[in-house]
Design a protein around this ligand. Structure first.
Ligand SMILES: Cc1ncc(COP(=O)(O)O)c(C=O)c1O
Length: 454
């Protein structure tokens, strides 16, 4: 009792204490909290291609926030749609009830995809999309009487978010090693990067198609009757931008089809135009059974993700449950949140009205030439690009992997350009509204920064 009242006293004393400049309470994600809090970098405003820092300095956004602000910042169409929706109806329960804009958004997302990929399950993030897709894959096989198919296959260096499913199929060691065993029954394909064979490739490397055959080896090891799904990012972005070798994704598709294994494309980054086509499935001409997406769905403005499933998967669920029974025991309080749906519909309007996917296609050759113009700059050991994605890989400092990358990232930020760093790779993925002069600025800034740092 005594402890309780002391605790509530402390609470009362502190709960309204204004501490605007205290950075301590926020446990920041994927960040060196101590380094950041010693020298913070705070944004307070965003408009078009730029952020404004708390000191009033403009920073060119070369990373579309976190690969999500495809239409650029401060889009009035989105903020007004969100404001209208929250005033009109702030929330509606998605279980057993519905609201019109969720159905409209699902239809409009499906319309961006090839025929047969036409049912949409809403989530609130990329991580939730991945875990939902994995669960749908498992439940699908069970629903069609193949419940032994429980193994999930990911890929080394893959990033599929931070849920237990996502880190299990993911292949970035730091995201896995701290968190125990995660899911059982997961195996991994090798990643597709080999610097000797593919350094400075423009777009898709010609080497590496054969790596898809590794899937046959996993099938031989585990037997197809035990494998539910293979999940890959069509372009592995968060690990430092690994562009798939020519023909690799087609081959994965063929092997999955041959063995009745579902193929999941994690398009959380490639979805909504990043490659100059609506989704990577269209760009590469390879049709998976499920697609995960998020980020660009609402232009990063309101958290929302989705899993798009094939007609076969949807029909299997509908056909296997008893009349009137729930077909999929899965969902979130905020699935198809009306405010997120409003943001999503407004973002899709912008993509369409401004022809932004075509704009990416038109800008891609300029982008490729700009990224590869960095060849020969100090520290650079490889350059990669596809669509409006570019990667600048640096030689790591001896015994200090990641240190040079982080220093380059901070120096670029201080010089007015926001990039994204993973280890010693600097990635850039600007909003689709980027101008050629701004692409030049990104490249020039990076060159200057690399010439200055050790
Ligand atoms: C391919 C991929 N999958 C999943 C995720 C996780 O998305 P979120 O951070 O929204 O959970 C990301 C995030 O970058 C991603 O790139």
């Amino acid at each position: 009792m005594a402890t309780q009242s002391a605790a509530s006293k402390t609470f009362e004393a502190t709960q309204f204490k204004p501490t605007p400049n205290n950075l301590e309470a926020f446990f920041m994600p994927f960040t060196s909290n101590r380094a950041f809090k010693a020298k913070p970098r705070l944004f307070v405003k965003a408009e078009g291609m730029h952020y404004t820092t708390i000191e009033g300095r403009k920073v060119l956004d070369a990373s579309a926030g976190l690969w999500c602000m495809n239409c650029g910042h401060g889009r009035k169409e989105i903020s007004e749609a969100v404001a209208r929706q929250i005033a009109e109806m702030d929330y509606a329960p998605p279980f057993n009830m519905g609201h019109p804009s969720s159905f409209e958004l699902a239809s409009r997302v499906a319309a961006l995809l090839p025929a047969g990929l036409d049912h949409v399950f809403f989530t609130n993030s990329g991580s939730e999309s991945v875990d939902s897709a994995l669960k749908i894959a498992l439940a699908y096989h069970r629903a069609r009487g193949q419940g032994t198919r429980q193994k999930l296959i990911g890929r080394d260096r893959g990033y599929h978010g931070v849920g237990f499913g996502g880190i299990s199929v993911g292949g970035m060691v730091n995201n896995r090693k701290w968190f125990g065993n995660a899911l059982n029954g997961v195996d991994h394909l090798p990643h597709t990067y080999n610097r000797q064979e593919m350094a400075y490739s423009k777009g898709m490397p010609t080497w590496g198609t054969h790596l898809a055959d590794e899937l046959e080896k996993l099938v031989a090891l585990h037997d197809a009757s035990n494998i539910a799904a293979v999940i890959v990012e069509p372009v592995a972005c968060s690990t430092g931008v690994l562009v798939p070798p020519q023909g690799y994704l087609q081959k994965l598709r063929e092997i999955c089809t041959k063995h009745g294994i579902l193929l999941i494309f994690d398009e959380v980054i490639t979805g909504f135009g990043r490659l100059g086509a609506s989704f990577a499935t269209e760009y590469f001409g390879v049709k998976p059974d499920l697609i995960t997406c998020a980020k660009g769905l609402t232009n990063g403005s309101i958290p929302m993700g989705a899993v798009i499933v094939s007609k076969d998967i949807y029909d299997t669920f509908m056909g296997s449950a008893a009349e009137g029974a729930i077909e999929l025991f899965h969902g979130y309080t905020y699935s198809a949140h009306p405010v997120a749906c409003a943001a999503g519909l407004a973002a899709l309007d912008i993509y369409k009205n401004e022809g932004l996917f075509d704009r990416v296609k038109e800008l891609s050759p300029y982008w490729e030439q700009a990224i590869h113009s960095l060849k020969g700059t100090k520290h650079i050991v490889d350059l990669r690009n596809i669509g409006l994605i570019g990667a600048v890989e640096l030689e790591p400092r001896a015994g200090k992997p990641g240190a040079r990358g982080q220093e380059a990232f901070i120096a670029a930020y201080e010089a007015g350009v926001l990039t994204r760093v993973t280890g010693d790779t600097i990635a850039m993925s600007p909003p689709f509204i980027v101008e050629k002069s701004q692409i030049d600025q990104m490249v020039t800034t990076l060159r200057d920064v690399l010439n200055k740092i050790d």
